[in-house]
Write a protein that binds this ligand. Sequence first.
Ligand code: TSB
Ligand code: ZN
Length: 614
Amino acid sequence: MASEAELKAAGEKYVPKDYDPTLYKIRHSLAHVLAQAVTERFPQAKPTIGPPVEFGFYYDFDLDVSPSDEDLGWITDRMRKIIRGKHAFKVREITSVEGKELFKEQPYKLELIEGLVNGQDEYGNSAPLADAPTLTVYQQDTFVDLCRGPHVDSTAALDPKGFKVTQVTGSYWRGDEKNKALKRFHATAWASEADLKAHLARVEEAAKRDHRKVGRELELFMNSPLLGAGFPILLPKGSTVRRILEQFITDYERAAGYQHVYSPDLAKRSLYEVSGHWEHYKDNMFPPMDLGEEELVLRPMNCPHHILIYQSRPRSYRDLPIRIAELGKMYRYERSGVVGGLSRVRCMTLNDAHLFVRPEQITEEFVGVLNLIKKAYADLGITEYSFRLSKRDPKNKVKYVDDDLMWKTSQQKLRDALQQAGVVYREAEDEAAFYGPKVDIEVKDVMGREETLSTIQLDPHLPKQFGLVYKDSDDTEKRPFMIHRGVISTMERMLAYLIELYAGAFPPWLAPVQVAIVPIADRHFDYAKQVAAQLLAKDFRVETDLGDKRMNAKIREFQLQKVPYILVVGDKEMEAGAVAIRLRTEENLGAKPVAEFVALLEKVVGSRALTLNP
Ligand code: TSB
Ligand code: ZN
């Protein structure tokens, strides 16, 4: 029999690899404390499982009543009291016979024991067992739970004010709706009250900035059950932002020697068989359309089309690098549970390009892309991002091309390029493309969740699949490398990110409406229209409110719509050829001649300033 210390140490291996072990133990221990309080409040409640999750934990009970706010208050108070009792978390090993006796009143625990003995984990999935399973129980105060740990040593390590029971929702035993319906108690839990408060503040801020909410309020995009999940429609205002972004990035690309193309979204399945997508990426593709004599697929990536362009004529070493760019539409079969809003969709337009390069050009081109990304981010006001070298999972021979040497060399090439560029980065396994390693640029949302925006990928594989060559200076045929890259990411994901970054208050160069004009009374309508025409002639995006609402209501509405500049015009302004300038921040710049306002706007928009009155 193992000692208590050995049993506790053995529990440590159950902390998931991306989880802070201290927080994991705190949350796991609080789950037991909650279960004690719940079963005291509701003696009929049958505990099932209660794991730590992102930001906290839950615990599922078979319980015939719906807990009221009063119940949750009682449970919270009771948990605090248990914590203050400084009870040790004691572990001991039991046999399955003992377990069945100990939990004879608890049908779910009995089922768990049964499963463990037969090589299943607590979710009912088969988990290969090295040897006979060690069953352990943890006890604090009067409460005993079947558990593999790990836990804090004592409730003294828990902050009685560091958690919050947030809600109770419905769930099912083993997540299967054919099984018994359960009550899931959710809680967020932290090391201290200060950490909890900071988290709750982040939750509130995230809700305010949520791009789905802001997108609705500002009429940027819409969804419809008739369209299905993952197929949002950009409304006129969202489309304006996208058009500006597209112009912005394609201008930079043309200056950097990219050539832009258009290619179709559908192709024969055989194109993707040659490329290897069919073998390695089929799970992310929509099923083919069967036309009898041929099958067509919606493209999940644009690379094969650009490869055909490369192949459309002989290439010499002098032609390289060739940089083919496209705002390419692609379709991915994302699982319906993960699509939502704009950040993960099923039909997307990627700011894509494929660079065909000689081996000795890889680093220079890589650095060129990196600089383009940095420049674009600076203009967009994206200041916090990190670099990830995304490698394959060497054990997975299905998801990734099976060629050890290829992976080793190309991963090293990316490391060298990153180092030459002086970039700080981390490495992560099982994040590569099937054809090669990537450098992904990651941003975080308010909740600290990471997401990939830009990507630079080194690919020796697709050139081989298509037999790409160029004639070298010594007249021999050589194989080019491909660099796949997206700077803006997909237009959808970038829009989602920018909406949240700015909480809808875009910098003027990106704002769908840059200027709003509010005439004070009917007699100022003509002057308002005249000012609007002047601004339109300068290519600014203007909206004039000729409705019959009061001036203050109109101003308020434009501020809510996050229009950067609101121009109020009345008698005085009309006489002087002026406008009274208000900002969406409620700051007042006073009356200025129209020409002066135009100059301000030209400066702000032309320089892509991030403030309204620099
Ligand atoms: C860069 N063939 C390459 C291309 O040449 C490619 O498609 N790479 S990718 O698969 O990594 O996708 C590029 C970028 O698209 C990702 O970095 C991510 O920012 C974005 N993206 C991927 N899937 C989705 C999705 N479902 N919804 C929105 N954006 C997505
Ligand atoms: Zn590609």
